[in-house]
Design a protein around this ligand. Sequence first.
Ligand code: EPU
Length: 434
Amino acid sequence: MERIRIVGGRPLEGTVRISGAKNASLPDVCAALLTDGQVVLHNVPEVRDIRTMGRVLADLGAAVDFRVGGTVAIQAGRITSVEATYDLVKTMRASVLVLGPLVARAGRARVSLPGGCAIGARPIDLHLRALEKMGAKIHVESGYVEARAERLRGAEVAFDMVTVTGTENVMMAASLAEGETVIRKAAQEPEIEDLAALLVAMGAKIEGAGSPTIRIRGVEKLGGAEHTVIPDRIETGTFIGACAVAGGDIEVRNCQPAHLRPVIEKLRETGIRIEEGPNNMRVRAPRTLRASDVTTEPHPGFPTDMQAQYMALMTQAAGTSTITETIFENRYMHVGELQRMGANIRVDGRKAVVTGHTPLSGAQVMATDLRASACLLLAALAARGETIVDRIYHLDRGYYRIDEKLRGIGADIERVGQGGRRATDAVVSAEPTA
Ligand code: EPU
């Protein structure tokens, strides 16, 4: 199993290029199930979760062609199976995104329940209730959801709470349903707008994506399309954070500052200087970071996917900050590892109080989920001495070659095999877990 070795204390300088958004690419790839035409996606990050989704689609009968340079061509000429098995779904919750497209196109889906995951219970009840409202008959048996519908019909879907993949599932299903669907309390994340742009290019009739109310008029058939995925806003935020804790001055290219409004505002409060261009940013670390409280919220609030990285920053900030996680009930697994590196953090339910400016020292730490892994990299960049991050397959699920990118801007970081030997293949071979 591979690990990452980091020696902290080196400021970052230079330019880093952001990859396409994982959380936009995942639903975009699934949207290809809605048509027998070819869907060509550009700027797709070749991370493990995308590869896994490729396998899920291939199992359903789609031809999935990963080309060099982040292009993926998918053609689901015929759906030959409607089953997403436990073996694949357990490795990646986002597999549930095939549910809506399969019922809408093939009239049937059998998808394993994702079960709990490291960051919380994360049920899919809202997805199922919405599809039921659209006329699907749903059975949950032996750990599988079975959904059937001759043809889905448009409905009023009012979510009780904001759900990103739930909104995406309904948007995809409604695109081929009979009549109009109105989604209320829809997720407003930029990834929702990206999916809508792709669906519209395929022939769907969608209005309001990016607002709390989305209207979708179903059509008989969707066609192929070509689409470029938005840049990854969480990867962008992670690099800003890296520069802030390590010190330095970097340029972040191929990003979309407008998608990071709440993150940029919060990071500026901590003293980081961020100059925005249309598709790039210059980031300069302050001499001393300032503590600032944050609460995670659905977009346009501060994203839960940046909470762990923000906590690494707060361990180095002058003052005390309170971080409140409102989206997931168990997203503080990085805390124990940060404490082992010398951080002063107290967790009380959904709140974490970080007393900043404690020197961190390198240690052997373990990644527990994707964003927790990113948090540990940031802490390691700030720490004195050597940190070894274990279980980095979590990192490879969602960050494209983050070690190479960080090395490119001056970090002392390398990927090593079990025996400490430098790994040659940067995109790893370890199996993912839930
Ligand atoms: N929820 C329910 N029932 C449902 C659906 C959601 O109770 O049917 C709850 C969840 O348990 C959670 C909250 O609603 O407490 C919000 O979950 P949401 O459904 O929005 O999360 P998701 O769609 O499963 C996506 C991202 C996550 C990101 C969240 C929140 C993808 C593939 N995943 O998950 O990304 O944290 O939205 O923004 O888009 C990551 O990239 O590291 C990651 C975990």
